[in-house]
Design a protein around this ligand. Structure first.
Ligand SMILES: [Zn+2]
Ligand SMILES: [Zn+2]
Length: 295
């Protein structure tokens, strides 16, 4: 079968451009990075020099796509206006950086609302519409909504909820989606059998449209279907398992999209590379490294 575009969330410790050194060790065609400290509200300024360095190293690497994952703190669907505004600022600051480095997307979660999902969806829609408005003209990087594990009052775990958010977005061409296998599975979406996988894709297509499905996060799950416990596991080690992923990756609408691993890491690339090797093996994809031009 044809090859897949796969990679990892990699570290930018020592500078954004350092991502490509780790990407090479882990044989990535796509990478995901943070562009600011994920646990802080403050977004450090990235200099033009850093942007140039990043793009030079990207040019030399075999990485075809780069996505930025938002910091953990923003909560666009909060019931508190102050927190929504703080979140909007953080998302806006990171959107700018994602655009400046030439990223293919900026991925974020919709967060949670303690008054329930209906209010949460409204709040998320309003924050995201504002985010698009503020960045449309000068920083139009694709804004990618990630599916959530759905614990407590978290928004955006089911395809129906993602569709409700989608419905409210004013500038739809600006937005897309990233489905996370661990999150979907623990939120109660079966995805290990050919039948359930076709149903999931058909539902997404019907309620949102497959052309808006841009990325997958490929993670095994430490806890079972519907547990709502978001703990990623290494591929084949968790409840989704090798056969589950084999089935999942055999779907042509899934395997043609970039697949990003956020699996637990030891820090030793020789060990950590096991996940992408197994992913490619389960996808039946023989990996031929691409030329530095990314062709
Ligand atoms: Zn995420
Ligand atoms: Zn994820």
């Amino acid at each position: 079968m044809n090859k897949i575009i796969a990679g990892y969330h990699v570290s930018v410790s020592g500078g954004l451009h350092r991502a490509f050194a780790e990407a090479a060790l882990l044989d990535c065609d796509v990478i995901q990075i943070f562009v600011s400290s994920p646990q802080m509200w403050h977004t450090a300024v990235i200099s033009d020099k850093e942007v140039t360095l990043f793009q030079e190293d990207w040019e030399k690497s075999s990485v075809q796509q780069v996505v930025v994952h938002a910091a953990y703190l923003p909560n666009p669907s909060s019931h508190k206006a102050t927190l929504r505004n703080l979140s909007l600022k953080k998302l806006k600051d990171e959107t700018k950086i994602a655009y400046r480095i030439g990223a293919n997307g900026y991925i974020f979660h919709c967060g949670s609302n303690q008054n329930g999902n209906e209010e949460g969806i409204k709040a998320a829609v309003s924050t995201l519409n504002r985010l698009a408005e503020l960045t449309d003209e000068n920083w139009p990087v694709p804004l990618i909504i990630e599916s959530d594990a759905g614990a407590g009052n978290r928004i955006g775990d089911t395809i129906e909820e993602l569709a409700a958010i989608w419905k409210g977005l004013d500038n739809k061409p600006r937005f897309g989606f990233c489905l996370d296998t661990c999150h979907m599975f623990v939120s109660g979406i079966e995805l290990r059998t050919p039948n359930s996988i076709s149903q999931l894709i058909a539902k997404f297509d019907k309620l949102i449209g497959l052309e808006h499905l841009k990325f997958f996060h490929i993670n095994d799950a430490m806890f079972d279907l519907g547990s709502k416990k978001d703990r990623h596991d290494n591929i084949g080690q968790g409840f989704i398992g090798e056969q589950g992923f084999k089935n999942f990756l055999s779907n042509p609408d899934i395997r043609k999209r970039p697949l990003i691993l956020e699996t637990p890491r030891t820090g030793d690339p020789k060990i950590d590379i096991k996940d992408i090797r197994l992913l490619r093996k389960l996808a039946g994809a023989n990996h031929i490294p691409t030329s530095p031009s990314g062709s």
